[in-house]
Structure formats: structure tokens, C-alpha cells
Design a protein around this ligand. Sequence first.
Ligand code: ZN
Length: 52
Amino acid sequence: MGEEMRTLPCRSCKKPLVQRSRWRRKRYCGPWHRVKYTVSKIVELVMEAGAA
Ligand SMILES: [Zn+2]
């Protein structure tokens, strides 16, 4: 034993991602979901600024 199967959901699509590295957490299933998440965050901020 001693095998650790840790998972974290993708921040963009919530798909479970197996964490292979102890040091680096994988937060997105691919580079495009990272972009998608970043863009959606910016849009959110802009919308908030526009509403205020
Ligand atoms: Zn994803």
C-alpha cells in the first residue's frame, strides 16, 4: 500500500483530477479551463464594478 490517490475538482468544470504530485496541485484539467476560469473571474469583477 502507501498509494495515495488524492483528487481535486477542476475549478472550471468540477471534474475530479488525480493529484500525482505532492508539491504541485493540479487545479484545472487543461490549460483552456485555466483560461476559461480566469476570464470568467475577470468578467465577474467587471460586472460587479459596473453594477456598483
Ligand atoms: Zn475542467
